[in-house]
Every structure is written in C-alpha cells, then in structure tokens.
Design a protein around this ligand. Sequence first.
Ligand SMILES: [Zn+2]
Length: 466
Amino acid sequence: MRAIAGIECDLVVRGGTVVTAGSSAECDLGISGGRISQVGGPMRGRREIDASGALVLPGGIDMHVHLSSPEPAEPGVPAWVDDFGSGSRAAIAGGVTTIGNMTFPAEGQSLHQALDRDLGAAAGTASVDYVLHPVMASPSPEALAELPDLAAAGHMSLKLFMISDEFEAQAAGMIAAISAAGRLGMLTLLHCEDAALVQFAGQQLLAAGRGGLASWAESRPVLAERAAVDRAVAICEATGSPVYIVHLSSAAALDSARRGRARGLPVFVESRPLYLYLTSAALREQDGGKYIGAPPLREPADVAAIWSGLADGSVHTLGSDHAPWSLRDKIDDTLDVTTARQGVADLETIMPMLFSAGVLGGRISLTRFVELTSANPARLFGLYPRKGTIAVGSDADLVVLDPQLRRTIDGRSMQSNADYSVYDGREIHGWPRFTVSRGDVVLADGQVIAEPGRGQLLRRDPTAGL
Ligand SMILES: [Zn+2]
C-alpha cells in the first residue's frame, strides 16, 4: 500500500468532486472534530470513504418539516406518522443533514412551552441537527412578549398561517408580530393562502354537492394564494421585516413575489417538490386524496413557472413540507375539502428527485442545486457558514451523491412511516452513497447508521437575507 503523507484526520472523503454554491473541484476533504479541517492537498484519515465518481455536496438543509410531537396539538386527532426519529432517518437516507420543524403549541401552551416539548422529544430521538419554528396562532400580548427571549436563545424564526381564521380575525396583531420579529433579526415564515377566499370556495363546492376530495384543487384557487402573497409583500413593505413565503405553488403568486423582490424588499420564496412533478390532474385520479397538500397541485403552466423560478433564482429554497400520513388516513372518504388531511412524505426524496429531474434533466445547474438545497436556507436561517458550504471550519455535513445510482421509488420500503410515496414507481438517478453529519458517517451504502439523539439544536444568528 502506498503511504500517503499529510496531516492525520478523523475522516477523509477521497476522490469526489466537491461542489459548493460558488465552486466545483475534484479534491479530498479532511474532517476532524466534526468540522472540515482540510480541503485538498495531502491528508490521511483514521477512516476514509471512497467518493470516486461521486459528487460531494453540502448536506441538505430542509427548513420545512412536520414531525409529530408526543403531545399533539389536538388530542385524539390523527397526527403525522413520523417523529424526530423516523424523520431523521428519512432525512439521512435522502442526504438531508439539517431540518427545520414547525412547532405548534397545544391548546393553552405558550411558544416556549411548545419549544420545550419538541426539544424534549428531539433530544432522545433526532439524529440530524435541527431548528424549530414556533407557530404563533394568536398575537396575544403574552405571545408577543415571548419574542425577545426566543431571539436571545437563537430561535430566529416564527411561523404564521394566513390561512387561519385567527390571522383574519387579528390581522393587525399579526402584522405587529411580523414587525417585532423583524426588528429582532427573526425571519417570519408565512403560509400564503387567503382564509376568506378559501372558505368561500369550499362552501360553494359543498353547497353544490362537490365537496369531495377530488375537488381539492378548486377548493384552494390560485387567486387565494396570489391575494395572500400580495398581502405578504405589502406587510413586508410596511414593516421592513423579512418574510419567507413557504411552499409557493403558482405562476401568479411567483409573479407577485418577484415584483416585491424587484423593488428591493426582503421577500423570500420557498417552493416544494410536489409542485415540480405533479399537476392537479392527479387529484382527480382514483385515490387522488393521497396527493393533497395546501396549496393544491396546480396546472402545467404553474409547474413550468416554478421550474423557471428555481433556475433564475426567484425561488430561493426548496423545502419538503414533509408531513406524512398513512394512505388510509389520506384517502378517508369521510373527509371533504374543508377537513382533508394535508401533506405528504418528501424528506427522503427531495434531494435525489431535484438532482435527477433538475440537474440531470438540464433544468438547473449543479451550483443552483446547492444554493436551493443548502446555501440559501443556511443564509436565510442564520446558519451560514457553519452550515450550507464546504469550507475549513464549517460543520462536516456532507452528502456523497452518486449520479450513477438508480432506484425506483417505493414508499413502503423507505424510512418514513408513511406507507406510500406520491412518487411510487418513478425511477430516480442519483442517490446518496454516504451522508456525513458533523463528521459522523450516518449513511453508508444505503444503510442509515445514525445514533438516535445525536442530533443537536442549532442556535442561530439573525437572518442574513440573500
Ligand atoms: Zn408545512
């Protein structure tokens, strides 16, 4: 065996093409103490992994997931089937090393109590790093008074649902919350669908005897999303606070956000895998309820618009909105358009599918892929450059993605407890060979080998914008 000179590292990732949002080069990586200690040059590792023929990318940062808490928001109502344990495994299998979970206070809980509850659940089970986005249901004086302490503790985000009745009823208070969050350096995540317009559409369908799940797309029209995004942009302008529009789905809503950005406003856009690979036609299939998420699947022109937004940089991040259910609970025919269970499993598929359809499909560059899946969320959520890049001193969060690896999606055999995938049967090119989290090899040759509880809460800096 040839002796390799150089500094000894804990782990060496050898022979891959290392890609960041700014560069791409074939080189070895040295990792010590959980961080990148050397990029290129001679090195040897106590352990080495072979990345030849593969891409070495910053680990995925998926800032939009829903994992069940031991204490559900609504007792007795079915909850998402993944917790921090199974959700982490799905993340690792798909090359995601940092997740952002939506933390919903249960009835009567404060934001702090909800965070403590989810932190307790994550501490023993999460095997990737995480942040929590507290959901503010009501902008009460007590809730507003919690914000400075949240920011001081490094919880630099807040989630609001414009689709909720509470948003509608207490809009002035909600705007005050966004204003306060922005002054504290926090980023406000907004679910942008107009509550009154969605309610009106749903009531019309129910009255016409067409309230079944097959009418899901009609029950949440684009105009309701566009109106909410217009309002979000106006709130951003009024308050000067940055807003992050989650799961944007339509061409009209994207145009609205683009106009805000063009005026220099800190309006940031996340989209979601569902809107890249499926259209509203799927909702009208037998068992079409399995595709339900909000906003709903849209038309082919919207799919094209979201792809062009990913390519031209007007969509800034992709978040899975992983919110998994069993197929039976999804297609339950006692549900209607006003009670449907929203969300699908997507943590394990977000990175491989974007790589396969986006990069190999010639729609986005590899550097754009890294921006969307890692660098941009790291910057927006106050994690850069600890996360989101491959540089000396950064956390050694890596995905060794093998473009030659082909696999056909089968939700029953994947890590999520959901027993199906909306992409079942699709052949995807490009899967992780290894996933590395803070220097630990947590996926090797397709096997998740992470210790439950090894994941850490990340204390964040103020949002850096883009
Ligand atoms: Zn969500």
